[in-house]
Design a binder for this molecule. Structure first.
Ligand code: FAQ
Length: 309
C-alpha cells in the first residue's frame, strides 16, 4: 500500500498523469468524481439558458451559430460524463444524482435570459470565465479529464468569440440595442465572477485539490485573471462593468475590484436561485421523455449481440 501511495505521489510531483488503471487514494477519486460530474452537469444544464433563444434568433445566421454552440455544450457534457465513468461510476447514476439534487452544477445557469443580448453576454463573459478556469485544467493530474479539456477549450474559445462578435454588432446598432447589451452586462457581471467559487479563505476543497494538482490555481487567482482579461474587452466594446471599485492598481499590476455578494452565491448553490427549480424540472422531463430512446438502443444492442453469437 505504501508503495502504491508513493508511486501515486511521485507521479503527481513529476507532473505526470494518473490514468484510470493506476492506483489512486479514495479521496482523490471522490474529489474527481465530484468535480468532473459537476462540470458535466453544468454543460448539460448550461444548454438551457441560451437554448431558449434558438427558435427566436433574429436571423438564420444567428440561429445556425447558436444551434451549433448549444450542440457543442451537449458534446462537452458527454465527454465529461465519459471521463467520470473511467472512475467507476455510471452515467445513469450521475443523471439521477443531478435530477434528484444530490449533485451540483454551476450557479451561473440559474439566472434567466430575458433578452437576445444575453446570448452574446453568456458567450463573452460566461464562456470567457469558463476558459480562464478550464485552460489550466488541460494540465490537471487526471489524464482523461485533462484530455477532455483540450477539445472543450478549443470549442469554448469559438463560443467566446461568437458572443463578443454578436455584442460588437449590437453595439454598432441602435441606442435600444446598446441599452440591451448594457442591461445584460449589468445582470451577468457579478454572477460570472461567482462562477470561480467562494473566496479562497472560504473554499474547503482548494488546498487538497491543489496538492493533488487537480486544480492548478485557486478560485481567487482565476477570478483575478478573468477580471484583468475582461476589463480591456469591455472598454473596446463600449460597455461599463457595474463595479464602482473597479480600477487599475499599478503597484499590483492587476485590477482591483469589488466584493461579489457571497450570500447570493450560497443561496443559488443551495437551490434557491431564480431558475433552479425550472432548470432541474426541464432536465428531468427531457430525461423521462428520452426513456424510449434508451430502451430502443438497449434492445437494438441486445438483438445485434444475439445475431453475432
Ligand atoms: N456553482 O471548495 P470549493 C461551463 C461549490 S463552465 C455551484 O471552492 P472546488 C461552460 C463546490 O462544488 C461551468 N457550486 O470547490 C459553459 C463545493 O461544493 P461541494 C462549470 C459551486 O470544487 C459555458 C463548494 O461550493 N465549470 O459549464 C460553485 O474546489 C456557457 C465549495 O467550493 C466547472 O465545473 C459554483 N459557481 O472549486 C456551458 C469547472 N463554486 O461539492 C454552457 C470545473 C463552488 O463540496 C454555456 N470545476 N461551488 O458540495 C472547478 O474548477 C471547481 O469545481 C470550482 C469550485 C472552481 C467550480
Amino acid at each position: 500500500m505504501d508503495e502504491l501511495l508513493e508511486h501515486f505521489e511521485r507521479t503527481i510531483e513529476r507532473d505526470q498523469r494518473i490514468e484510470p488503471r493506476d492506483w489512486m487514494p479514495e479521496g482523490y477519486r471522490k474529489t474527481l468524481v465530484r468535480q468532473i460530474a459537476q462540470h458535466a452537469h453544468s454543460e448539460i444544464i448550461g444548454m438551457q439558458p441560451e437554448g431558449a433563444w434558438i427558435t427566436r434568433a433574429p436571423s438564420l445566421r444567428r440561429k445556425a451559430i447558436l444551434l451549433s454552440k448549444v450542440q457543442d455544450e451537449a458534446g462537452h457534457g458527454l465527454y465529461l460524463y465519459a471521463a467520470t465513468e473511467t472512475l467507476g461510476v455510471d452515467r445513469a447514476e450521475l443523471t439521477e444524482n443531478l435530477i434528484e439534487g444530490r449533485q451540483k452544477y454551476s450557479s451561473i445557469f440559474n439566472y434567466p435570459t430575458p433578452s437576445f443580448a444575453d446570448v452574446g453576454v453568456i458567450g463573452w463573459l460566461v464562456d470567457g470565465a469558463a476558459i480562464c478556469n478550464q485552460v489550466p485544467l488541460c494540465r490537471t493530474s487526471y489524464g482523461p479529464y485533462a484530455r477532455a479539456m483540450i477539445r472543450v477549450c478549443k470549442e469554448e474559445s469559438f463560443h467566446q468569440r461568437q458572443g463578443y462578435e454578436l455584442l460588437m454588432t449590437m453595439m454598432r446598432g441602435s441606442q435600444e440595442q446598446r441599452d440591451m447589451v448594457q442591461d445584460s452586462v449589468n445582470r451577468w457581471w457579478w454572477p460570472s465572477l461567482m462562477m470561480f467559487g467562494p473566496p479562497d479563505g472560504d473554499s474547503p476543497n482548494t488546498a487538497r485539490s491543489m496538492a493533488w494538482r487537480i486544480k492548478r490555481h485557486t478560485n481567487d487567482e482565476l477570478r483575478q485573471k478573468f477580471v484583468d482579461m475582461t476589463v480591456p474587452q469591455a472598454e473596446k466594446l463600449g460597455v461599463t462593468l457595474p463595479d464602482p471599485e473597479l480600477k487599475w492598481n499599478a503597484e499590483r499590476e492587476h485590477y482591483d475590484f469589488g466584493e461579489p455578494d457571497w450570500a447570493e452565491l450560497k443561496r443559488v448553490i443551495s437551490g434557491d436561485g431564480e431558475c433552479n427549480a425550472e432548470r432541474v424540472a426541464h432536465r428531468r422531463k427531457a430525461h423521462e421523455d428520452g426513456a424510449w430512446v434508451r430502451e430502443a438502443a438497449l434492445a437494438h444492442a441486445a438483438k445485434k449481440k444475439g445475431v453475432a453469437a
